[in-house]
Ligand binder design. Structure first.
Ligand code: Q9C
Ligand code: ZN
Length: 342
C-alpha cells in the first residue's frame, strides 16, 4: 500500500508538557513519525508519497473559520507578546465566565480555542498541523480515486481536535477532515473507527449530529483516563446522528481478549451501518509498553487488528493518531498495515 508523509510535519517540536503535576519531557515528538517512516521502508510496505496542498477549503468543512484564523495568526500574536518558545493555555471560559467574548490577548485566545493545558503550541505547530492534514487529504484522494487502502502518516495527530478547539496534542482533526473530504467526493456512508487508547472526543463532537458519518471508538474508560469528559457508553449521537455514535470504554489493564471483543462489536456496527468507506484513526497507544497507556496489547496483536479490519472488505484509509513507545511505534504501526494486506 502507498503511504503519505512530509518531513515538514516534523517542524512541530514540543519540548515540555504539563503532566502529573510537573513539566515533563514531551512525548508527542517528531521521532515518532521517523520511526514509522523508517519501518515502512525497512519492510518495503510501498511507496511514500509527498502530500499536496489542499488549501483552507477542506479544513473549513470541519473547523470554524475563526478557529483557523486564530491558528494561522498564533505565531505573530505569540511573538508580539515577546515569546519565542512554546505556549500553554491556562484559563478557559468555563461555567460562570463569559463565553460570548473573544479576548485580544494571546493568552485569552489560547483559552478560547483549546480545551486542555497538555498541548504545547509553538511557532511552527500550525505549519506542521496543516501539512499533517494535507497528508490525510492526499491519502483520502487516493481512496476517492479507487485505491483499496492508503496510509496517512499523520503527525501531529488529530482525533482530539474539535471544531474550534485544540487539545490532546491535536490541532486539526485529520481523520475528520479526510472523512468529510471522502463524503464530498462521493462516498455516501463513512465510518470512522478509532482504535487509539484515548477517546476521540474531537471526532465525536464534529459528527455527533450527522447520520452520514458514523463514529466508533475503542478506548480507556474516560472515568479513569483522558479526556475524562467525553467517551462514555451512553453517548449515541443526537438528531439525525442518533444511533451513529458508539463508544467502547474499557477498564485500565485491558488486554487482547477484552479489547478484541470490543473490536468485533465495532466491526459489526461498521458492517450494519452500510459503510462504503472506512477511515481508521490508528492510535498505537493501546500497546503494553506505551508510557501513557494502561492497556496491554502486544506487538503481534496489532497484526490481528489489521486482519480483522480487512475482513470488512471496505476501501480503508488509515490515519495515524497517538502512540508514544517511540522505538516500538514503527513495528506496531506497520504490523497493522501488513496485517490488513494479509
Ligand atoms: N499524564 C493522543 O494520543 N495527556 N493524545 C496525558 C499523561 C494527554 C493523547 C497526560 C494525552 C493525549 C493523540
Ligand atoms: Zn491516544
Amino acid at each position: 500500500m502507498k503511504s503519505v508523509f512530509s518531513e515538514r510535519q516534523l517542524l512541530h517540536t514540543p519540548s515540555k508538557e504539563l503532566s502529573d503535576g510537573e513539566m515533563r519531557a514531551a512525548v508527542e515528538l517528531p521521532a515518532r513519525a521517523e520511526y514509522v517512516r523508517d519501518r515502512i521502508l525497512e519492510v518495503g510496505l510501498g511507496d511514500i508519497i509527498e502530500p499536496s496542498a489542499f488549501g483552507r477549503a477542506p479544513l473549513e468543512r470541519v473547523h470554524t473559520k475563526d478557529y483557523l484564523d486564530f491558528m494561522e495568526g498564533f505565531r505573530a500574536l505569540h511573538e508580539a507578546a515577546g515569546r519565542t518558545g512554546e505556549a500553554f493555555p491556562f484559563i478557559w471560559p468555563t461555567h460562570g465566565l463569559r463565553s460570548d467574548v473573544t479576548p485580544r490577548h494571546v493568552d485569552g485566545l489560547l483559552g478560547r480555542y483549546s480545551f486542555d493545558a497538555g498541548t504545547p503550541i509553538g511557532p511552527m505547530s500550525w505549519e506542521a498541523a496543516k501539512i499533517s492534514a494535507d497528508t490525510a487529504l492526499t491519502a483520502a484522494k487516493m481512496i476517492a480515486q479507487g485505491a483499496p487502502v492508503a496510509f496517512a502518516l499523520c503527525r501531529p495527530p488529530g482525533h482530539h481536535a474539535m471544531t474550534d478547539r485544540f487539545g490532546g496534542y491535536c490541532f486539526l482533526n485529520n481523520a475528520a477532515i479526510a472523512a468529510q473530504y471522502l463524503r464530498d467526493e462521493g462516498a455516501e456512508r463513512v465510518t470512522i473507527l478509532d482504535v487509539d487508547y484515548h477517546h476521540g472526543n474531537g471526532t465525536q463532537q464534529i459528527f455527533y449530529e450527522r447520520g452520514d458519518v458514523q463514529f466508533l471508538s475503542l478506548h480507556a474508560d474516560p472515568a479513569d483516563e483522558f479526556p475524562y469528559f467525553l467517551g462514555y457508553a451512553d453517548e449515541v449521537g443526537e438528531g439525525e446522528g442518533e444511533g451513529c455514535n458508539f463508544n467502547w470504554p474499557m477498564p485500565l489493564g485491558t488486554d487482547w481478549s477484552g479489547w478484541s471483543a470490543s473490536l468485533d462489536e465495532a466491526c459489526a456496527r461498521a458492517a450494519s451501518f452500510g459503510t462504503d468507506t472506512l477511515v481508521v484513526s490508528l492510535g498505537l497507544d493501546p500497546f503494553e509498553n506505551d508510557p501513557i497507556s494502561k492497556f496491554k496489547l502486544v506487538s503481534d496483536d496489532f497484526i490481528r487488528v489489521g486482519e480483522r479490519i480487512a475482513k470488512l472488505g471496505l476501501p480503508t484509509l488509515f490515519v495515524m493518531e497517538g502512540g508514544y513507545a517511540i522505538d516500538a511505534l514503527g513495528v506496531n504501526c506497520v504490523n497493522v498495515l501488513s496485517g490488513f494486506e494479509g
